[in-house]
Design a protein around this ligand. Structure first.
Ligand code: SF4
Length: 99
């Protein structure tokens, strides 16, 4: 888990580290990538929770979780699971850091 301090809410990561390279080591590449975003059709709450849990389990194995999370926070990514957090959890983390 990233720290709450650091430049540009980057948890100590440089802007270069946040912007390049890490995507190539992502654990969510390929067929599993559809778990990370809501489908185009209506998704019931139980389905969303199950999908997000499966995505977060992949994130827990990901070697670039910190870089991914900090990037999503930096760009205020509004959709999907990034760095093991959904959009609501990212907003909560940003609010805690600001507080
Ligand atoms: S932390 Fe999760 S969303 Fe981010 S690159 Fe890794 S698997 Fe993908």
């Amino acid at each position: 888990m990233a720290t709450s301090s650091g430049p540009a809410a980057g948890g100590g990561l440089s802007s270069r580290e946040l912007q390049i390279g890490w995507q190539y080591r992502a654990a969510c590449k390929g067929p599993v990538s559809n778990l990370f975003f809501a489908p185009n059709h209506l998704e019931r709450k139980e389905q969303r929770l199950a999908r997000e849990a499966a995505a977060k389990a992949i994130c827990r194995t990901c070697p670039v979780l910190t870089e991914c999370r900090e990037y999503a926070l930096l760009v205020r990514e509004p959709h999907g699971i990034w760095g093991g957090l959904n959009e609501y959890e990212r907003r909560q983390l940003l609010a805690r850091r600001a507080g």
